[in-house]
Write a protein that binds this ligand. Structure first.
Ligand code: FAD
Length: 412
């Protein structure tokens, strides 16, 4: 076999850590972005470099939608499959990989293959959640959903404690419901948080003037964070003030009809929103826990915040349903928590404590958000880690990333 450098597949670079960084990065975003919709079977065939926002612009006017969406539409299909992304509806819909029927992969020079649940099965389950290490995702067949409108009915209510928050996520499998718990300040019990439930709006839910055009939404008036915020701009006091403002705004109008942009992608409204954190940026901690131990695990994480005097800018909880079967796929039935922290020198030590708590409660860290997890922790968190590495070796795959080198998933 001819020698060639280890490549890192890259989408739109929206993973938070080092998953799409490497010496030789290759993006499919400039390649041909063909889309086909098979109307009868509601199957979409599309290229790996296509952005979800491009896909939605194609699907929505025809009355279709993607069944799973993350908190931004600015990611690619390749990135969605490689991270096996989840949305606020995971409890009902599972992750993105659960809706993928077939994937076409470039696994090396002259080695292009297709895989599905029935054909090249190992390739399929290694690729879903496989962080781009099985090859470049060229194309995918994905099941799409029919929609009546491009709007959601949102109901928001106040919750007073963590147990109340976790209890708020309930199962009603007949409806595609997006649910999100937002915590005001984990260090302070008063005005604890908000729980919002969003369900796709029917034509009857819309005001009369919108019923003739149920797929037409007003696009965001997006604005730009032009410069990095100064170092002192984000501190525990400003974070608390901002969160209190958000709390009061949201609770004011607890029932509303909102567009899918407002419901699913609120951060896309602000270009370069990450600049709020200053030049050194931020890191997100995201862990998933089995339902039984989740309450205690999250309480332990909150105790750890107190020990290290940390105030997260954003704290969000979602519920997870069944897994997709991807070997390195992140979601497990239970709950997930994300917290954003401005970068500081002690962040690696603090994150290691959070990782230890996660391990103690049989949880796991989301690779698409990670930059600091240690290999020994990862190997315990992901039971199929060795199987995955063996698969890469057996098939002589030469893809790598800063993440795969750190976790020793690939030998380069
Ligand atoms: C504001 C915001 C909100 C988010 N919310 C969520 C959320 O709710 N749920 C969630 O699950 N994630 C969420 N994410 C994370 C994001 O969805 C994932 O990190 C996603 O993988 C990023 O896709 P990308 O196209 O930018 O890929 P990149 O960040 O460029 O790459 C991510 C991974 O995919 C691989 N990859 C990319 N393209 C290909 C390809 N064509 N073939 C093979 N491998 C490829 C890369 O090697 C890398 O391992 C959020 C991110 C942001 C910025």
């Amino acid at each position: 076999m001819k020698s060639y450098p280890a490549l890192t597949p890259r989408g739109n670079g929206r993973s938070y850590g080092d998953a799409s960084l490497g010496d030789f990065m290759v993006s499919t975003m400039q390649w041909s972005q063909k889309i086909i919709l098979d109307q009868d079977r509601t199957i979409l065939i599309c290229a790996g470099g296509l952005l979800l926002e491009q896909l939605l612009a194609f699907l929505i006017p025809q009355g279709f939608f993607l069944p799973v969406l993350p908190g931004t539409a600015k990611i690619t299909i390749g990135g969605a499959i490689a991270a096996d992304i989840h949305g606020k509806n995971h409890l009902y819909a599972g992750s993105f990989g659960s809706h993928v029927e077939e994937i076409k992969i470039q696994a090396g020079p002259g080695n292009c293959l297709t895989c599905s649940r029935n054909h090249n099965k190992d390739w399929f389950f290694a690729t879903i959640g496989g962080m781009g290490l099985t090859g470049i995702i060229l194309q995918a067949k994905i099941r799409v959903e029919k929609i009546e409108t491009a709007f959601y009915h949102q109901h928001t209510r106040e919750v007073h404690s963590l147990p109340e928050m976790l209890d708020a996520f309930s199962i009603s499998p007949s409806e595609s419901i997006h649910q999100l718990g937002w915590i005001n300040d984990p260090n302070k019990p008063n005005r604890f948080g908000l729980f919002s439930r969003n369900k796709p709006a029917s034509i009857q839910d819309l005001p009369y003037h919108q019923r003739d055009n149920p797929f037409k939404t007003t696009p965001f008036r997006s604005w730009n964070m032009p410069v990095y915020a100064p170092r002192i701009a984000m501190n525990p006091m400003t974070i608390r003030m901002y969160n209190l403002y958000h709390f009061k705004q949201q609770i004011k109008l607890n029932e509303k009809i909102i567009s899918f942009h407002q419901c699913l992608f609120p951060l896309d409204k602000i270009q370069h929103w990450n600049r709020f954190y200053g030049r050194k940026g931020f890191l997100q901690f995201q862990a998933a826990f089995p339902a039984e131990g989740a309450l205690m695990a999250i309480q332990e994480l909150f105790n750890c915040l107190k020990t290290y005097h940390k105030t997260p800018f954003l704290t969000v909880i979602k519920a997870f349903g069944v897994t997709s079967g991807g070997w390195l796929s992140f979601p497990i039935p239970g709950f997930t928590i994300c917290m954003d922290f401005k970068f500081s020198k002690d962040l690696p030590v603090f994150f290691e404590s959070l990782h230890r708590i996660t391990l103690n409660f049989n949880g796991r860290i989301y690779l698409a958000k990670d930059a600091l997890l240690k290999r020994e922790f990862f190997n315990i968190m992901y039971a199929d880690a060795q199987r995955f590495t063996n698969f890469l070796l057996e098939n002589n795959l030469k893809f790598s990333s800063a993440l795969s080198a750190r976790l020793q998933l690939t030998r380069t």
